[in-house]
Design a protein around this ligand. Structure first.
Ligand SMILES: C[S@@+](CC[C@H](N)C(=O)[O-])C[C@H]1O[C@@H](n2cnc3c(N)ncnc32)[C@H](O)[C@@H]1O
Length: 219
């Protein structure tokens, strides 16, 4: 849980974000990314919402995908640009600076897949709703969307414990980063309301970890 709560602090230094996140999450995040990549058909045209430094994009490209990414943080986009140069990903990965509110500028039925890791917990309700509606529009028929993020635990007992531990960490993060994340309470419901059919929902580590991911296709 600590890595997810402190995420906004780790994001303040994009050049070390991936390494520190991987360490802090004891590779849970990396494992989830690997699982996501396996769900995407090789050769797909993919949009990475909130792409960060392009860590997931790089893994998708190894599966012969072409990836467009966007992120609202200019420093993250710059780090992604560095990656493109140093790893020679030109023509396979593009990263641009924009927020989810700019998704309405993307042409209808453009992508085979949309992925997003650890971004939805940073969006407010309106942004989540808008991003999902736009995702529905810009995905090709039978396209897939996969979202992975911290979620609220399922049982009341765990929820209470989770809140008690999380609250002081949330406060520390807010003081340092002037921002903090919120675990998702009803990702499946939000996706269903946007018109997606849930094909798979996974809570990693036997449901003990609040980290989960869900794969859903268009109706
Ligand atoms: C925790 S990082 C995850 C980065 C990347 N997805 C990964 O898993 O490696 C969350 C990213 O979401 C981006 N983000 C947050 N809110 C956003 C928004 N409204 N529009 C676009 N990007 C956003 C942040 O700038 C940050 O780079």
């Amino acid at each position: 849980m600590f890595s997810y709560v402190f995420m906004k602090i780790l994001e303040m230094k994009p050049t070390t974000y991936d390494r520190h996140m991987d360490r802090a999450s004891r590779s849970h995040v990396l494992e989830a990314k690997r699982a996501i990549v396996k769900e995407v058909t090789p050769g797909s045209y993919v949009l990475d919402v909130g792409c960060g430094t392009g860590d997931l994009a790089r893994m998708m490209i190894e599966r012969t995908c072409i990836v467009d990414g966007f992120d609202m943080n200019p420093a993250m986009v710059m780090a992604a640009g560095e990656r493109i140069k140093t790893e020679h990903l030109e023509g396979k990965f593009s990263a641009r600076q924009r927020g989810v509110e700019g998704m309405d500028g993307i042409a209808t039925e453009t992508y085979d897949a949309i992925v997003s890791t650890l971004v939805f917990s940073e969006l407010n309700d309106d942004e989540k709703c808008f991003a999902l509606q736009q995702a529905q529009r810009i995905l090709r028929p039978e396209g897939i969307i996969i979202i992975a993020d911290e979620v609220v635990p399922q049982t009341w007992c765990r929820r209470i414990l989770h809140s008690i531990i999380r609250l002081p960490l949330f406060a520390i993060t807010y003081v340092i980063a002037t921002n903090a994340t919120n675990p998702l309470a009803d990702l499946a419901g939000e996706m269903t309301r946007a018109g997606f059919t849930i094909e798979k929902e996974v809570r990693s580590h036997g449901g003990h970890s609040p980290w989960s991911w869900a794969g859903k296709r268009r109706r």
